[in-house]
Design a protein around this ligand. Structure first.
Ligand code: DUC
Ligand code: ZN
Ligand code: ZN
Length: 477
């Protein structure tokens, strides 16, 4: 099967140019000036399908490097399965995800990895890879890190919060980082001071402050800044490369920027919720159905930050200046009914998470329209850097010969209305993004040469997505 995408403006992280893109089977075979012949062959008359994309952008499929499909967490499971979540991702122009294998204390990481492979196999709409979460860092976990790298799991997430669930103490973090420094793994960190947060949470509940807004107040920026600094220091001590996930506080951004200026291999990821949403909006949220519990829709960790304190503005700036290098979603959806409502009387029982996997490409494109970032930077933040950060670049993250045929046709004159009212495709009974209007539209999504979304229809099949065996981070070699 040969497909020619003609007359588009190809947008890569390196820049833009008018070009025709030929996909042969699963792979991009050529990127040529519009109307070119190749070795005397007229491309258009030698392919099976021609898609004329005049006036539209042709971008590499999005790579969302932080998702939690059907994750067991907070006494329930994230509501998107690999099937529903990856299909929603495809709808939104994301053609690869990297999800997290969960290891709870006492469990064997390799067994958990096999379990996650079994959950995903045959169910995904788009390609997928895995990071491994390590909770208690046993000696066997350190050995498993070597074996997992052989399996294509080259990044490991540790937590400085969620005591008794995920939290690793500083000694455990040190040991895992020593391993990462020696085997080339990228160490990922959930950087919040869990002990401090646990005390603040108990005090808030004891004082009767039980509404969702207090989730954010009890996870203050100081707890994020301190943990980010500590993680950077432990990485510095061991020589391990560090990737800080879901950065939300401007002070944490500054810690990362300082470490980078000092020449340390430290990277930062943020998420659309930390660019657009705020603690003030969560405070003001109320509905007839939920009252002030409406704010539970935006309970996630790290939490939304105060707009008055300027975190969102600082974050957009950091994306422009490359103090923060990429945008993932931390897609971890829960329904209000039967999941979030477990915390009706106590915010600390609300499962933490927001669902955005379908909307990341659109929300970040709006950043182009609003003048925060350029078109190539949009592609860099959402596709190229995630691919390079996590050892997928060349196949993913770029429109060039030899890359996988993961291509999105994006219409800058189109429009997208987001929300559950507008029938989003994530398995959630609400949207954290209800009412958001985007000045652009995902028209066509091609995953390894196969059209999976076209003209507002899903035309793929469950199982189209394959496991992607990742290499080491391409920022480190
Ligand atoms: N934060 C969330 O909001 N959900 C999943 C785990 C996490 O760190
Ligand atoms: Zn986290
Ligand atoms: Zn996460």
């Amino acid at each position: 099967m040969k497909t020619l995408i003609k007359n588009g403006l190809v947008v890569n992280a390196t820049g833009t140019g008018m070009a025709d893109v030929l996909i042969d089977g699963e792979t991009i075979a050529a990127v040529v000036a519009p109307g070119s012949t190749l070795l005397g062959f007229n491309l258009e008359s030698n392919v099976d399908v021609v898609i004329d994309v005049t006036g539209r952008y042709v971008i590499p499929g999005g790579v969302d490097a932080h998702t939690h499909m059907e994750m067991p967490f907070g006494g329930t499971n994230a509501s998107d399965t690999f099937e529903t979540g990856t299909r929603a991702a495809a709808w939104g122009g994301t053609t690869s995800i990297v999800d997290f294998v969960v290891q709870y204390p006492g469990e064997n990481p390799l067994e958990r990895y096999n379990a996650w492979q079994a959950k995903a196999a045959g169910n995904c709409a788009i390609d997928y890879g895995f990071h491994q979460i390590l909770s208690d860092v046993q000696d066997s976990s350190l050995t498993a890190m070597d074996e997992l790298i052989e399996e294509g799991v080259s990044s490991f997430k540790l937590f400085m919060a969620y005591k008794g669930v995920f939290l690793s103490d500083d000694g455990q973090i040190l040991k895992a980082m020593q391993k990462g420094a020696s085997n080339g793994a990228l160490m990922m960190m959930h950087a919040e001071n869990g002990s401090v947060i646990d005390v603040l949470v108990s005090q808030a509940i004891a004082a009767g402050n039980t509404s969702p807004y207090h989730h954010g107040l009890t996870r203050p920026w100081q707890a994020e800044e301190e943990a980010t600094h500590r993680a950077i220091m432990l990485a510095n001590l061991t020589g391990a490369p560090l990737y800080v996930v879901h950065v939300s506080a401007k002070q944490a951004v500054d810690q990362i920027a300082m470490a980078r200026d000092n020449g340390q291999n430290v990277f930062g990821e943020t998420c659309p919720q930390y660019l657009y949403l705020s603690l003030e909006e969560q405070l003001g949220a109320s509905s007839d159905e939920w009252g002030t519990f409406e704010g539970a829709k935006w309970v996630c960790s790290t939490p939304l930050r105060s707009r008055a304190e300027g975190h969102q503005h600082h974050m957009w700036q950091a994306l422009r200046t490359n103090d923060i290098q990429m945008v993932s979603t931390d897609h971890c959806p829960f329904c209000m009914k039967g999941q979030k409502d477990m915390g009706l009387a106590d915010f600390s029982k609300i499962p933490n998470g927001i669902g955005s996997v379908e909307h990341r490409m659109d929300l970040m494109y709006q950043g182009v329209v609003d003048g925060h970032i350029t078109l190539p930077r949009w592609v860099e933040l959402t596709s190229t850097t995630p691919a390079r950060m996590f050892g997928m670049y060349g196949k993913k993250g770029v429109i060039q010969p030899g890359a996988d045929g993961d291509v999105v046709v994006y219409d800058p004159k189109g429009h997208t209305s987001i929300g559950v009212q507008k029938t989003h495709h994530m398995n959630m009974d609400y949207s954290a993004w209800e009412g958001y209007e985007i000045d652009g539209h995902v028209d066509t999504v091609i995953s390894r040469g196969k059209v999976v979304v076209d003209n507002n229809q899903y035309v793929g099949t469950k199982g189209d997505g394959k496991y992607f065996k990742r290499g080491l981070s391409q920022y480190l070699i």
